[in-house]
Design a protein around this ligand. Sequence first.
Ligand code: MEV
Length: 375
Amino acid sequence: MEVTARAPGKIILAGEHAVVHGCTAVASSIDLYTSVSLRLRSEGEDTIKLQLNDIGLDFSWPVGRIKEVLSHLGSPFSSTPTSCSLETVKSLAALVDEKSFPDSKIGLASGVYAFLWLYTSILGFKPATVVVSSELPVGAGLGSSAAYCVALSAALLALSDSVKLDVSQKGWFTFKAEAELVNKWAFEGEKIIHGRPSGVDNSVSTFGNVIKFKSGVMTRIDSNMPLRMLITNTKVGRDTKALVANVSARKSRHPDAMSSMLNAIEAISDEWSTIIQSHAADDLCLSANEAKLAELMEMNQGLLFSIGVSHASIETILQTTMEYKLASKLTGAGGGGCVLTLLPTHVSGAVIDKLVEELESFGFQCFTAGIGGNG
Ligand code: MEV
């Protein structure tokens, strides 16, 4: 039996990092996807195989070896989403030879631990081959790990005995009520990868669209406002877990100053959601609203710099887009990764082409993506 599930990446329009501290964020899905195909193998075969196409790595574990490593748990199999303890993550590390990862991709080992936890918790020890492929750049702030955890959880749940997900005629899931379950399992995977994530990335990847997210609660934003964003990838790799920990450490050193800045970021997110939600479909209003969003992005970026998550590469992009009078901000964890530039409707294609050429001359990679599609 074989099933394929896919889930989109995301951009955070406002509120990254602050969302980890209970403040509001506004995020949107983008039309770049991660797909997971899962084929159960016949009973005679006794291995679980994982093929990560985009980083060119394959893993194959005899089921008995996985059982041995997880023997302290009995079986991790669970019909409800369960957290992986630190002790179990350490045990799972025995199954993954970190030397098999290229140096720049060593952080991805935690994605393999997440695979092993989700797999054994949802499907037990059934032999299978799992193939992962993605259109998303890895570790660039576009939610590649969340899309991986969501697509993986959906594929596993589809073949589990305890849960039956609805499958549309196209072969993709129509999640309905089960979406919440997919989202919860994906969050458990994200915790293994990122330590203390807010849950915004897996929520937007599961449910799609534009969402507002605060303290684990997601609200869908229905907006008539067309949003055009240029996404520029600095190609500077970074570690979300470390950046989130650095912000927390700065907050414990400067609690009052940091709380004020995180609250200011929340006010920006709230205003973002009010503007795009109340947008009426007439042109005058559009340019006024675009100008307000541009200012909010500039303020958000200034605060992200102040809480310590910008990077020289991000600042280079900001300087360049500023020369074109365009507003930009980092998206996701920062420290490298991707930058969003708002492209108001009055900006011509020729101007955008010139900007892209200039940004790419620094070695950055520019692209646009559809915003707010299905999860
Ligand atoms: C990462 O995409 C967004 C952060 O706010 C972390 C999180 O929300 O878990 C930096």
